[in-house]
Write a protein that binds this ligand. Sequence first.
Ligand code: C2E
Ligand code: MG
Ligand code: MG
Ligand code: MG
Length: 279
Amino acid sequence: KRDGRNTYRFFSPDMQAAVEAHARLDSELRAALENNAFRLHYQPQVDSRGQVTGGEALIRWFDPSGKPVPPSEFIPLAEESGMIIPIGQWVLRRACEQLAHWQSAPKTRTLKLAVNISARQFLHPKFVLETSATIEASGIDPAGLKLELTESAFLRDPEKTVARMDELRRLGVGLSLDDFGTGYSSLSYLKHLPFDQLKIDQSFVRDMLTDHSSMAIVRAIIAMSQSLELEVIAEGVETEAQRNALETLGCRFYQGYLFGHPMDIDQWPGAEPTLPGQV
Ligand code: C2E
Ligand code: MG
Ligand code: MG
Ligand code: MG
């Protein structure tokens, strides 16, 4: 198009290969959903005493050859193709089942579970209705469920986003702003959005002890969350030194390899071993 009318450009072999890989991945995602080939892993979130307060559900997929495919590769594609809608529904159903399980036992009753919601999923006309139905069907107390959104949702449609967030709050779920600090919007918009929690992006946590500007950003995010009375959690915490620096700055919740990698639910601290024949 850029070269004007009556100009033709053919796909190069590279572009052709990329289109084919794309189409293959798309049909593999469809098949994965049909064959129940997705899994959820759970990564602990802890407070400043080291107590596990809950976790984040993270999708896992092994392609037909058995190779793990990182969500950063297939989630963007699923967003593009629209497959994120049924995949996201599956994630939410599975997460709510797990949360119901936690809420049914005294030791795990107060754990919260965070679930990632992509922008297209969040803006889908039926999202609130379906989320509400999933909550009902699972029988959970919605206060244990936290939806993680990213700024990309606001950039697409700010007014709709705020209205939708209000509807979700009325369902009783919590809302967390994921990857905070990586977006492009101004910070002042935060005041107008009904979030409960900010999640400091892992890139700042990773660099905060070696890079002055990352440290300054982490400090500013924590100070701002305090003045807006938002809970703040740091993701990607890998070392004691990072954890201690975050605590000194006033951050009281942490998630990262220091406390636990994303894991299968059977590996979850204190999980009852599944007995043969038990569902
Ligand atoms: P995210 O929501 O920001 O998740 C945090 C990512 O950081 C996860 O990657 C997690 O495994 C990784 N991580 C956790 N602790 C550490 C650490 O200490 N160091 C480092 N280097 N990394 C750490 P993962 O599981 O590969 O997921 C990547 C992204 O894919 C997620 O980023 C999220 O945006 C998306 N995603 C994952 N599961 C879902 C899902 O069920 N639905 C949707 N829509 N998106 C998902
Ligand atoms: Mg997340
Ligand atoms: Mg994140
Ligand atoms: Mg991230």
